[in-house]
Design a protein around this ligand. Sequence first.
Ligand code: WT7
Length: 650
Amino acid sequence: MSIDVVEPKTISQFEDEQGIYQPAPHIVEQANITAYMRSKGFSTWEELYQWSIEHPHLFWADMANRLEWYEPWEKVLDDSNKPFYKWFVGGKFNIVHNAIDRHLKTARRNKQALIWEGEDGSYRAFSYFGINREVSKFANVLKSMGVQPGDIVSIYMPRIPELVFAMLACAKIGAAHSVIYGGFSVEALRERIADAQSKVLITADGGYMRGKIVELKKIADEAMGHSPSIQTCIVVRRTGHNVEMQAGRDYWWHDLMSLPIATARCETVPVDAEHPLYILYTSGSTGKPKGVVHVHGGYAVYIASTLYFTFDIKEEDRYWCAADPGWVTGHSYIVYGPLIEGATSFMYEGAPNYPYPNRWWSLVEKYGINILYTAPTAIRGLMRFGDAWPNRHDLSSLRLLGSVGEPINPEAWRWFYNVIGKGRCPIMDTWWQTETGGFMITPNPTTPLKPGSATRPFLGIQADVVDEQGHSKGANEDGLLVIKSPWPGMMRTILRDPDRYVNQYWNSDPRGMYTAGDSARKDEDGYFWIIGRIDDVIKVSGYRLGTAEIESALVSHPAVSEAAAIGLPHEVKGTAIHCFVILRAGIEETPALEDELKAHVAREMGPIARPESIKFVSMLPKTRSGKIMRRVLKAQALGQDPGDLSTLEG
Ligand code: WT7
């Protein structure tokens, strides 16, 4: 006989019988989106959304009017040369004027803009006044180095405040920045510097990660050895360990900042709304990484409005986006978005579980974080250590949570919701990409939530799931995720390769929809469920890596003749890299060589690209035209049916 014990399924009072988490009335009542909805005379989000996609010009003009323009735009959208859309045409603008300068005229001048904690426990904080000083000084340094509007400055730094100052200083004087993630290594850095043709590289002696020093300057030295464009390297002293400084090329940041030219007065340069703000390299299905171009005007409008409505930022909030500034998440939602919104952005340098698995939770408690934005891989990683670690801390300051980078599995969602958010904090599962600039499919605090779904498109965004011919799929049918109309935060082109921009994102669809490269389905309520990449991109711990880059790192090793990389499911990383390698004739297959090849990939590309396994094989499945059929390798590894093999080489 069994005794019926009624166990509460969850500690949340907001979960209904269908497993949908209804928004709490007090959150709905005070939400930024509710205020906007009412101001437009609508009584439901659906009506507001419908209006926003029927009158995108009115909606985006509203959003642009939240920001300050030196000169107003003449036209919201110029679509005369699709897909090279232009937004806020004729407007004169600078994102830094909006992120810093305009706050200096208000009481926000003395508000904390950036709070930083190092992995070693060091603490630094900057008010808007303080951040302006650092940025202006460094902008003057860059000018003295000959950096001009239109130049691209490469930045390769740990997660420290100077990274933020460097980005803002470039933008202030109209130069574009290209931030290369500090976890990347020599070849990845060299390739990105070469494509950007940077004359200036900004780096640091090193950074801390899990108590160890990451030797950034050493890696930069190797990369610069093969980067003829570089004339100047500016080095922040972070770790203080010994590094080589090449006379005439390398300068210490602190030396330059104490020169008389580094005054704290520097005019922000008004630029065209369409002036390039930054280049960010991201992996695609083939070939070398793509330099995604974002611009000042539309991008600023887009990230500010998505942050305002989705994360519901309020004046008194302390907001923590735990990503790295080296990725688009950091660009949009650590640096530019929060500063434009006049928020307080918190940044932490190191690993989430260092020295103990409670580090993040202790930071939430210590700094009174209200909004925490992270990735499913981090949630799964911390979940493994058990509930006792977060339960030791007072997490009651949290009001809202966010997730990005890959689909969040419902188990991790519920843990985040119940154990971290204590059943009080809605989770914003934001789907977007480097290319989209900001959130595309995302809930807002008034949206009923289904764990694992990014819910519905943001205001002004028309998303759909279609077949290869561009016809809408029915409810719950898998298909291609597309965006059917332009938006201000969209990428403008690929640096030096506009054809690739057209072919990769627009041409595969005859109706000129933006193809995201993801598969998805839409349920009967119009909720989107992202399935994953349909191209040869692997998402390792939320980081985007191209199989082609991993394979080219492998074949650069003298023992390797051919290589193929695939992604297979992994409990914490989501997906892990597995490689198949054909060795050159006469080379012996040994476990030592396997280790060496793993280390070789990590050295070339960065530790995140280290393969989980390397298998030696004598042949690889290929099409008759010589393309490696990775899906066949994947099906074999998973013991699944490889599907149509008609194009397989006989
Ligand atoms: C790819 C873009 C956007 C910032 C970080 C990643 C996947 C992203 C989600 C989500 C399911 C997601 C997609 C997308 N992705 N967010 N909430 N749910 N999948 O930017 O490196 O450009 O990667 O990340 O596959 O295409 P990215």
